[in-house]
Design a binder for this molecule. Structure first.
Ligand SMILES: O=C(O)C(=O)C[C@]1(C(=O)O)C=C[C@@H](O)C=C1
Length: 306
């Protein structure tokens, strides 16, 4: 049976995503995102499930940095979960006005800030490593309330002050299943996402050149994030997600062009999209167009131009 490490402890949103992606695998909770990557790199787990982006709060920095640094890992699947929260309290609290501390993962705290201003007027937000870690801390008496995934109360029985809490309705978080790159990639489906990270040179137009390689091939971006390269101040790594699969001629052509532009580009995976959205194909940029164009050049070289 394969083993999947996930950003835990039990009762996180990530555990739910891992269950959706696991297909009978053994699930191993790990307390931080860097540790989830590290057990996969060391071969102690076959894959790791981690959050990558939230529709309200954006990218999860620990995931982006963990994919850009150390030995390469590739994403082979993704899950998209609706996100709203339950607020659990320390036993004995009868009045929300008595809640002085409210703990959770920073992404979760940011998604309930307006609700907390109204309903927990005396509470100070405190960051914990995950939503479930906040529930553990409330059980241990460290904080008065925890903002958690709805499933958390099954693992950490605590009084429930509120459910379905979210400042923004229909929020979603996307999760990745990543593994070492020494396995066949998932097959293309026509509704795939490819991810790369590139440390563009610090000079005029460097990022625009990379994006132009994609735009010129009719490739639609689905995300662009920047994180500090952690060397010189002002130097960034760019995380670029786009429609398509590395096995397609048009995407292979684009990746080769990116590599020519930037030696420091890392492939982070091609896998089916959780929302099933099919790639937009521009009239000049279908896979057949790339194959036909390459065949035409070969014919020209042979002196057989039709
Ligand atoms: O702490 C958790 O439960 C997580 O799975 C992490 C995480 C995140 O990183 O965004 C996942 C979904 C929610 O947006 C809040 C927290």
């Amino acid at each position: 049976m394969s083993r999947i490490a996930y950003f835990g402890p039990e009762g996180t949103f990530t555990e739910q995503a891992a269950r959706e992606l696991a297909r009978g695998a053994e699930l191993i909770p790990v307390e931080t995102i860097p540790n989830a990557f590290s057990v996969v790199r060391k071969g102690e787990a076959d894959a790791a499930c981690v959050p990558v982006e939230n529709s309200v709060e954006g990218a999860v920095p620990a995931t982006l940095d963990g994919l850009a640094e150390q030995e390469p890992l590739v994403a082979v699947a993704e899950a998209l979960l609706p996100v709203h929260f339950s607020v659990l309290t320390r036993p004995g609290i009868t009045d929300a006005g008595d809640i002085r501390t409210v703990a959770s993962h920073p992404h979760a705290l940011a998604q309930v800030r307006l609700w907390a201003e109204t309903h927990l007027p005396n509470a100070r937000p405190v960051a914990t490593s995950s939503t479930a870690a906040a529930a553990v801390a409330v059980r241990a008496g460290e904080f008065d309330a925890a903002v958690t995934a709805p499933v958390a109360v099954r693992h950490y029985p605590l009084p429930v002050l509120a459910t379905e809490v979210a400042d923004v309705r229909d929020a979603r978080t996307r999760f990745l299943l990543v593994r070492r790159p020494d396995h066949p990639l998932p097959a293309p489906t026509g509704a795939d996402r490819t991810s790369i990270v590139a440390a563009a040179a610090n000079r005029t137009g460097a990022l625009a050149e990379l994006l132009t390689e994609l735009a010129g091939r009719g490739i639609n971006l689905t995300r662009l994030d920047a994180r500090p390269a952690k060397g010189n101040f002002g130097e960034y790594r760019f995380f670029i997600d786009f429609e398509g699969h590395v096995a397609e001629p048009r995407i292979g052509d684009a990746l080769a062009a990116l590599r020519r532009r930037c030696r420091n580009v890392r492939f982070l995976g091609s896998h089916p999209r959780a929302d099933g959205a099919r790639a937009t194909i521009e009239p000049f940029a279908g896979n057949d167009d790339f194959v036909d164009a390459a065949e035409w050049v070969e014919a020209v070289r042979r002196g057989e131009q039709a």
